[in-house]
Structure formats: C-alpha cells, structure tokens
Design a protein around this ligand. Structure first.
Ligand code: DP6
Length: 330
C-alpha cells in the first residue's frame, strides 16, 4: 500500500479552499519504550508498539500559507536551501497533500526546543505540519486520524499529536489504519525529564537507516519485539501504580536493550560517546547515593533523565547543565 492510498482513505473528498494561513504547535516526545524497527518502511508501520512522554511547551510551531511558484522554508528565522534535509523531507510530505500540483507552501517553523538541547525535532515538526495542514486545508480530522497522517512523515511524529503519556499502537493491518497514537489518561505531576546535552556533533548514522540496519543484521534483534511487548505492559502498570522505581528501571532497561541490538548490528552502530558513558556512571552513582534517577537515550549520544520533583536539587548538583522539563505542568 502507498502513502497516497492511505491519504485517499482519510481525507474528505471535497476539500475546502485553503485558508489564508494556519499555525499549529506540537510537543517533542521522548520514548520510554522505544520504536525500533518497521514492518512497513513506506508507511512507517512499527514492528511493535511504543510509549512516550510529551514535553509540554517544548516542541515545534509551524505556520503554513499558500504560495505561488515554489515552496519556501524558514527554520528558526533562517531561510533554508531547498536541498537541505529539512526542506527536502518537508516538501516530500507536503507533496502528498497539495490541493493541486502547482500549489506551493510558505512554511515557517520555529523550534521551542533550543537546537542545542540535542533533541530530534522531526517528530514535533511533522506533527505540527500535519496540524497546520488540517487547519489550512479544512480537513476537520480527529487527532487519531491526524496521528496516522503524521506517521507517514516520521513514525515517532504520530505520538507528538498528544500531551502526557502516549501509546502508539503497532496495529496489524497492511494499510496501517490501526497504527495510531493515543494518550493515556494517567497524569504524573511530580515527574520530571532532564535533558543532558553531551555533544551536538553530527551523528554517524540517522535513526531511519540505523533502524533498518539493526533489523536486517543484528542477531539480538530477534528478541527485541518481545522485549518491547513485556516492557510496555510493565511501564503502563508502573504508571498506573505510580511505582517510580519500576517505571525508571523498565524505561532505562528498554533504552539499553535497544542500544544492545544496535551494538550487535553488522557493522555495529554505536551512538555512545565517552561523555555518554561517563554520564551513565554519574546516574548510577547518584542512584547509589539515594537520589532516584534513571535515564533513557535515543539515536544519539545525549541522555534524558527521569526523576521526581523532590530530587531536583541533587540532579542539578550532579548535572549542572541539565534542562528540566515538567511534562504535566499545564
Ligand atoms: C530512537 O521516528 O525518527 O527515537 O519513522 O524512520 O522517521 P522514522 O524514525 P523516527 O525514529 C525514532 C527512533 C527513536 C525511538 C522512538 O522515538 O521511539
């Protein structure tokens, strides 16, 4: 099945004439139980479900307006070259939805995550782009359907359509109509996420290629889907019971298991830098001293700390550069 076939299923037949402009915001999200491996690369359908936490006001704001001639992209106040990776990926996504072939867009995107925070902005970017398209082109779709469309841009973007804890159902259908994101009802006001930036150097390999290489070559990948299934159940239970120890242990274990599958890929994929290993030891040392902190990490060298409000002081002492997010502040 192609992306266009999915879109024909979801979008209204008679589309409204575009508004003058539309602006939308979507939060960044951090996976606690990771999406790593696809059953369909065209539609970004995952092998297994995943669970994330959205980062409140940290994310992407996108303004879309119709434009004659050609698309134009501005990111954080800078006009982008059409061949830059952001412009190319966004243009390919917009191609799926143009009301007419000659219809072009003015896209103005601003990340409220400082670029130096080392957080991938593609998830919040595609989610905000999808929300802005919904407004501009008058689709009037529900969030669940919008999460299916955002997924076509980048898998993890489907989770950025919601606040708080968000589950992305793997689904079974070939057309992916049952592979959407959905928020959990639970809130955890005490929970904090600490962003620890260790390097802003370019990554050796992007997550899309790394995911495919791991699935295709890692002997450890065989146990990954069942690990995710178990961890997801455990995490949801820990969230329901506010069992922070279990929550942290499972999230940290899941991230390490994902990195273990990558390490065993051939050739190996290693995102950790010496600074990453040092920071992991610091997390373990803080924990041994009684400050309950765990970490998770994605396709990069930076850590995301998980802790609770009463431990803020110890965390800041251990990681003076940490940027702290309260996901349930609003
Ligand atoms: C490690 O969503 O960026 O952050 O679907 O190919 O665009 P594509 O991949 P992407 O992968 C995210 C991988 C991850 C884990 C996660 O967010 O669940």
């Amino acid at each position: 099945m192609t992306k266009s076939e999915v879109i024909t299923k979801l979008l209204p037949k008679r589309r409204a004439w575009p508004q003058a402009a539309a602006t939308a915001f979507a939060p960044a999200n951090i996976a606690l139980c990771k999406y790593w491996g696809k059953r369909d690369a065209e539609l970004n359908l995952p092998t297994a479900a995943s669970l994330s936490i959205s980062l409140g006001r940290l994310g992407s704001e996108v303004t879309l307006a119709p434009r004659a001639g050609h698309d134009r992209f501005t990111l954080n106040g800078k006009l982008l070259a059409p061949e830059s990776s952001f412009a190319r990926r966004a243009a390919a996504f917009l191609d799926l939805f143009r009301p007419a072939r000659e219809f072009c867009f003015e896209v103005t995107a601003t990340n409220t995550i400082p670029t130096a925070a080392g957080l991938a902005s593609s998830a919040s970017g595609f989610a905000a782009l999808t929300l802005a398209l919904n407004e501009l082109l008058g689709w009037r779709l529900e969030r669940r359907q919008l999460s299916i469309l955002a997924r076509l841009g980048s898998g993890s973007a489907c989770r950025s359509l919601f606040e708080g804890f968000v589950e992305w159902h793997a689904g079974e259908k070939a057309n992916g109509m049952d592979s959407f994101a959905e928020p959990l009802a639970a809130r955890w006001p005490d929970l904090r996420v600490g962003l620890v930036v260790l390097s802003d150097k370019e990554k050796p390999i992007g997550s899309r290629d790394a995911m495919a290489q791991t699935r295709d070559t890692s002997p450890l990948y065989a146990v990954w889907p069942e690990t995710v299934t178990r961890d997801l159940v455990a995490l949801k239970e820990a969230i329901r019971r506010r069992d922070f120890t279990r929550f942290g242990e499972v999230a940290e274990g899941n991230a390490l298991a994902m990195h273990a599958t990558m390490l065993a890929a051939r050739p190996s994929i290693l995102y950790c830098l010496p600074e990453t290993i040092e920071a992991i030891h610091s997390v373990h040392a803080l924990r041994a001293e009684g400050c309950e902190v765990y970490f998770t990490m994605d396709a990069g060298p930076n850590l995301k700390l998980l802790f609770r409000k009463p431990d803020l002081r110890s965390i800041v002492k251990g990681f003076p550069e940490v940027r702290v997010v309260s996901p349930f502040a609003t």
